[in-house]
Write a protein that binds this ligand. Structure first.
Ligand SMILES: *Cc1c(COP(=O)(O)O)cnc(C)c1O
Length: 468
């Protein structure tokens, strides 16, 4: 399988290279040159497979040539053995045609574990055979950092540095990261906000000359193709579990960087019958505005009760735009160049193709709280604030009472106790037993100034000390 850039100017890469690459050299994102396609008969035959067995069916065409089947099966088996629910991604029915797909049974209680538990293992596998080490560097406002650290803590060939804004992430989120004490894990608390952290990371990727020879940075945010790939699986899994593929389902997906829902779009392209994909945003509604007006513009960032969806631009949307424009890389390159300093208008033909599958809604904090409270009162089910935006959007976008809607529950409510308190449901979510230890365990992190050279120097010193 070959991967090509959305901007058409970078060399095509194979799977191994694409996992290590991050952004393409032309600034674009990598996508498969051609997707595997499955017939309805074939998909039907997968009903009843274990999650990791189904994952093998869906993922193996993407890694063909890079990881032999037997090794891939082993990696996937180990990946999903870290999940605490035997179904891995269980479905809960909360009304006649309303379902919740629980994606929070992984080690850090958010859906990012589905991809990052796999990515850590895939990286280690590839690096061992290439006889290389890499340094992962990332910024986090919450879920990505802990999921990445959990996914890489046992890696032999990966060192990981995660930057978070000092005193600006929740207690649970910080402790999930800082109580991991393995020698290849560093938490850096930056005296600044999330944007400061992200700016340092971006600048470090642009200029990696501070690193020792032969060492390179790898990205674990959702521009990394492997993350999208892993997320395709649970669309097939959930559809099969509730009577697909004959019955087309609608998915409502709490969305920030458009990674998770883009995986749903790929599932459709690969043959899964889906009625509608609902883009659920919070007050940061850039995607809802694109869908409504065809105009892609930047606005200020709002801090909301669903912080993992707080973004002002949505990187993976470029991957969809590439298809909306018939995979014309030069067109995407021109549009994205324009987007550097002004809004862009997407053509009406391109918007029409997107609107035939996607609908969208923005759900503000007040509505999020109402949805949490109403859903609990109506069904006894406690949603986290991200998942609540998904349920809120599903109500707004529902086209008939008969439509089967599955909302992706992207995090466990215990990760966001403040939002649950604000929704005033009268109960507080309890932290699952396997996570209780973080409240008493030793923490390790280093507070550094908001300065690229300070951070880079710290990284170099730590790597040198570790490698002697
Ligand atoms: C990351 C995250 C999202 C947004 O996912 P994208 O792939 O960026 O759209 C939604 N909910 C939770 C809990 C998250 O951690």
């Amino acid at each position: 399988m070959k991967y090509i850039s959305t901007r058409g100017q970078a060399p095509a890469l194979n799977f191994e290279e694409v996992v290590l690459a991050g952004l393409a050299s032309d600034g674009g994102l990598y996508v498969p040159e051609k997707l595997p396609e499955f017939s309805q008969e074939e998909i039907q035959q997968w009903a009843g497979l274990r999650y990791d067995e189904l994952a093998f069916k869906i993922i193996s065409p993407f890694v063909a040539g890079a990881i032999p089947d037997e090794d891939l099966r082993k990696i996937l088996g180990e990946t999903y053995a870290t999940f605490r629910h035997p179904a891995i991604a269980p479905l809960v029915q909360i009304d006649k045609n309303e379902w919740i797909l629980e994606l929070f049974h992984g080690p850090t209680l958010a859906f990012k574990d589905f991809a990052l538990q796999m990515l850590g293992r895939v990286l280690d596998y590839i690096l061992e055979r290439r006889n290389e080490r890499v340094v992962i560097m990332g910024a986090t406002s919450g879920d990505t950092g802990s999921a990445a650290i959990e996914g890489c803590r046992h890696c032999k060939f990966v060192d990981i540095f995660i930057l978070h804004p000092h005193q600006r992430v929740s207690d649970v989120q910080r402790r999930q990261m800082t109580t991991v004490l393995e020698d290849n894990v560093w938490n850096i608390a930056i005296e600044g906000n999330f944007d400061d952290c992200q700016n340092i990371v971006k600048a470090s990727f642009r200029d990696q000359s501070f690193l020792p020879d032969g060492c390179k940075l790898v990205a674990v945010n959702s521009i990394n193709w492997a993350r999208i790939m892993a997320q395709i699986v649970y669309y097939f899994y959930s559809a099969l579990a509730i009577g697909g593929p004959q019955k087309p389902i609608t998915y409502s997906v709490p969305t920030g960087n458009f990674g998770d829902i883009f995986a749903g779009y790929l599932a459709v392209k690969m043959g899964l019958p889906v009625e509608q994909l609902i883009i659920a945003t919070n007050k940061n509604d850039v995607l809802h505005r694109i869908m409504s007006s065809g105009i892609y513009d930047r606005t200020n960032l709002h801090h909301t009760l669903s912080p993992s969806m707080d973004i002002s631009i949505s990187s993976n949307f470029e991957r969809l735009m590439f298809d909306m424009y018939q995979r014309d890389g030069s067109k995407i390159a021109a549009l994205m160049a324009q987007f550097e300093d002004q809004p862009i208008t997407i053509s009406s033909e391109a918007m029409e193709s997107a609107r035939s599958l996607f609908s969208s809604a923005a759900v503000d904090d007040a509505t999020t709280c109402e949805v949490i409270a109403n859903t609990f009162a109506r069904t006894g089910y406690l949603l986290d604030p991200h998942s609540a935006t998904g349920v809120g959007a599903s109500v707004q976008c529902r086209t008939s009472a008969e439509q089967t809607i599955v909302t992706l529950a992207t995090a466990h409510p215990a990760k966001f106790p403040d939002a649950i308190a604000e929704a005033d449901v009268g109960v507080s979510p309890s932290v699952p037993p396997h996570m209780e230890h973080i409240f008493t365990s030793e923490e390790r992190f280093t507070v550094l100034d908001n300065n690229k050279s300070t951070v880079n120097q710290f990284m170099v010193e730590q790597l040198a000390a570790q490698r002697t």
